[in-house]
Design a protein around this ligand. Structure first.
Ligand SMILES: NC(=O)c1ccc[n+]([C@@H]2O[C@H](COP(=O)([O-])OP(=O)(O)OC[C@H]3O[C@@H](n4cnc5c(N)ncnc54)[C@H](O)[C@@H]3O)[C@@H](O)[C@H]2O)c1
Length: 359
């Protein structure tokens, strides 16, 4: 198993600037640099006081309020962008990422990458022209639990992944109100979470149809994948805030795997059936018994920190290693974002009850 290197132990680091000194970045992104080959040289925020505080807090020597000035002056290898939304609902980081690419800088950005297919295609074109990478922080495909589920469903013993169920609490406004992007900011913000898992585990979607309920704006979506597999995305608006948010289950051929609450993985392996009406015990042979993984929360281990079990450190490491080794990131790619935004646009543009072609 891979072990973690502390920042000061790395012999080679990438020079990094950071745009955005907000709440999420303070809690979950800057702290990952403790464990990544990153030399944070400067921080930028429109609010100079925050930029200065974050620079001091996280060890950058300089701060700026103009990101173009920062990138032109500091000439970093890469920039991290964690910003917010424009007044019209568009994603601030999309425009900033385009500018950074044009200034020759690799980009790591928080999700959402953009609010439309067209903007992602533009990012892709500029990334190809400039030879600079863009990676989006789709943390869920870096969860140790989801990575384990991917490993399990890719094994020959599991058989072909045939169906998936995934739940995530998110409401959808009524169809007539979806024209206005500002009404969809939270859908856009959150769809990246379940959709990145769906795309990672099952591949491209062929078509969907969904039903919408008017009480909370919950939806149930039936999915057919290009592979022939099928799935259900249940957006559980109205669920209690005290409940675990997520559950993922993939069915193979005589086997299934469940990820509960983001951390608990249960692998129900292929097993011989117990004699119906005759089996006195449900305890099956050890060689076929389910396998279960869940973290302990007692030791001062890295895996107990949310920046590890929620994938933040892994996603940042994946990006840094890609830049250091000069190879494009394999996860959180613009192609992955494109698949996610196709789903977003389907909900935005098409009504409930219709069969919607995605690919
Ligand atoms: N992956 C996750 O788990 C997760 C969780 C929460 C938020 N997020 C994402 O993080 C982002 C929000 O992050 P936050 O909570 O830190 O946001 P925030 O609104 O608290 O802070 C954003 C900061 O960006 C700055 N900013 C905006 N435009 C700028 C510009 N042109 N130049 C310099 N600074 C600029 C703002 O001044 C602000 O301080 C969203 O993209 C959201 O989807 C992800």
């Amino acid at each position: 198993m891979k072990t973690i290197t502390y920042n000061f132990e790395y012999e080679q680091k990438i020079r990094v600037c950071f745009i955005g000194a907000g709440g999420h970045s303070f809690r979950n992104v800057y702290p990952t640099f403790q464990y990544a080959p990153v030399d944070l040289v400067a921080v930028c925020d429109l609010d100079g006081e925050r930029a200065s505080s974050y620079a001091r807090q996280f060890g950058a020597e300089k701060f700026y309020t103009d990101y173009k000035e920062m990138l032109s002056t500091e000439k970093p290898d890469a920039v991290f962008i964690v910003a917010s939304y424009h007044k019209d609902g568009r994603v601030q980081a999309t425009d900033i990422a385009l500018d950074a690419l044009k200034l020759g800088v690799h980009v790591w950005m928080e999700k959402p990458t953009a609010a439309s297919r067209q903007e992602i295609l533009e990012l892709k074109a500029v990334s190809e022209q400039t030879g600079r990478y863009v990676m989006t922080g789709t943390k869920k495909v870096f969860f140790p639990s989801i990575e384990k589920a991917k490993e399990i469903i890719s094994s020959p013993e599991f058989g072909t992944p045939s169906s998936i169920y995934i739940r995530y609490p998110q409401n959808m406004p009524k169809f007539e109100n979806r024209n206005e992007l500002t009404n969809l900011i939270w859908v856009l913000d959150h769809i990246f979470h379940p959709a990145s898992i769906i795309n990672y585990l099952m591949g491209k979607i062929k078509n969907i149809s969904y039903q919408w309920e008017p009480f909370n704006g919950g939806t149930v979506t039936n999915i057919q994948f290009v592979s022939g597999a099928i799935g259900t995305l249940h957006l559980t608006a109205g669920a209690s805030t005290s409940s675990p948010l997520e559950r993922v289950e993939v069915i193979g051929q005589g086997a299934n795997v469940v990820v509960d609450n983001g951390v608990k993985v249960s692998y129900y392996r292929k097993a011989d059936p117990l004699a119906y009406g005759r089996a006195p015990s449900y305890i099956i042979d050890d060689s076929q018994a389910p396998l279960v993984w869940e973290p302990e929360f007692s030791l001062g281990q890295l895996y107990n920190k949310n920046i590890f079990y929620l994938g933040y450190v892994s996603e940042v490491l994946h990006f840094c290693e890609s830049v250091l080794e000069n190879r494009p990131p394999q996860k959180g790619t613009l192609d992955d974002s494109l698949e996610i935004i196709k789903l977003f646009e389907a909900y935005r543009n098409e009504p409930a009850g219709k069969l919607i072609e995605i690919n």
